[in-house]
Design a protein around this ligand. Structure first.
Ligand SMILES: CC(=O)N[C@@H](CCC[C@H](N)C(=O)O)C(=O)O
Length: 373
């Protein structure tokens, strides 16, 4: 029989029950059940919506250190065919939050059994993929009372091998904003387009015009992304569509570029509604502040990693991914890093299959880092 590492087993169990933001009821119950198996006098738990705060007591605390993990899954139908694949139809841990949680539980367990001087606050945060849990958790009464002086988090990185930690001082992840555009024209018979205002055609022009913002309005030495991930519209093949909806996301390397992109989107939408005689409504949904690693704690962490055997530290470029952990770093000094998990398929892919050896590696690296702070 295969000898499975206990936190790999936990990852596999969590992998089977992915839930969307603020619906993480089974996940929260799973985490609580696990915490019941540990010596209760060593920590305090406070529930926050579908998330949790767990404060592990230090031996003679002078400050509190925060370690945050996200807990939600994505609306993706898993295609890995793994024996422990998602049991929730149309839901998948395709961004590694199952890894993040099992690593956090592994570190928490280590700290419970090997007490450290400082109080350690484990933050199990819902809704990272949207609509965002970090900002409201930060503003909660619990975090006013339990406010760490240093905070950090990790994210799995399919493109790096196990053993690699990628990090940089300053900007790590982009500013993000969701983007929803509803178009309303006039439907009708497919054979009489002149009597209608076709929103499939309007939406098609709109998608290509949006891309011109990136190529013509953003400084080529700066960077921005507009991705339209979903288009819906119309009812059947021989009826002209009265409505269409675009769902997407905007990514920029600076808050200023985000403002510029939004101004241009609004100008383009005005043009579309004039030329296609339609109504157009924009909703920006959830916005995430950039993830900006503070210099001193990042340098300290890199120095710690460089001394540690078996760790390959890679100073990476910034990425256009978003993370609402950026809100926590806006208020509290700290950092985020990428953890190599060597998967041929990337984040948000239905075949994502990270190498589970990264779990034990990360538990060891993070536990030891906390122990030596
Ligand atoms: C690490 C990661 O993949 N994060 C997500 C965050 C999504 C924020 C929001 N729903 C948006 O799409 O703007 C990402 O897609 O980068």
């Amino acid at each position: 029989m295969e000898n499975i590492h206990p936190f790999v087993q936990i990852r596999r169990e969590l992998h089977q029950i992915p839930e969307l933001g603020y619906q993480e009821f089974k996940t929260q119950a799973y985490l609580l059940r696990y915490l019941e198996t540990l010596p209760q006098e060593r920590f305090e738990i406070k529930k926050w919506k579908t998330g949790l705060f767990v404060k592990v007591h230090g031996t003679s605390p002078k400050r509190m250190i925060g370690y945050r993990t996200d807990i939600d899954g994505l609306p993706i139908e898993e295609q890995t065919g793994l024996p422990f694949k998602s049991q929730h139809e149309g839901r998948m841990h395709a961004c590694g939050h199952d890894f993040h949680m099992s690593i956090a539980l592994g570190v928490l367990t280590h700290i419970v059994h090997h007490p450290v001087q400082e109080d350690i606050l484990f933050i199990f945060q819902p809704a990272e993929e949207g609509p965002g849990g970090a900002e409201p958790m930060l503003k909660s009464d619990i975090m006013k009372e339990w406010k760490p002086e240093l905070i950090f988090a990790l994210h799995i990185a399919p493109e790096y091998p196990v053993g690699t930690i990628a990090i940089r001082e300053g900007l790590l992840f982009a500013n993000t904003s969701e983007l929803f555009i509803d178009l309303k024209g006039k439907g009708g018979h497919a054979a009489y387009p002149h009597q209608t205002r076709d929103m499939v055609v309007a939406a098609s022009y709109l998608v290509t015009q949006l891309q011109s913002i990136i190529s013509r309005n953003i400084d080529p030495l700066d960077s921005a992304v507009i991705t339209v991930g979903k288009i819906t519209g119309g009812t059947v093949q021989n009826i002209i569509a009265e409505t269409a909806r675009l769902e997407g996301t905007i990514r920029t390397l600076s808050p200023e570029a985000m403002q510029k992109v939004k101004q241009r989107i609004e100008a383009i939408i005005k043009g579309i509604s004039t030329s296609f005689e339609c109504e157009a409504v924009i909703d920006y949904g959830a916005m995430y502040h950039q993830v900006y690693n503070h210099a001193e704690p990042t340098r300290d962490f890199i120095q710690y990693l460089e001394k540690k055997e078996g760790v390959n530290v890679f100073i990476c470029k910034e990425a256009m991914t978003g993370e609402d952990f950026g809100y926590m770093l806006k208020e509290i000094p700290g950092f985020m890093f990428w953890l190599g998990v060597a998967s041929p398929y990337g984040l948000h892919h239905s075949m994502l299959n990270p190498d589970e050896k990264a779990i034990e590696f990360a538990i060891n690296v993070v536990s030891e880092y906390i122990s030596q702070i």
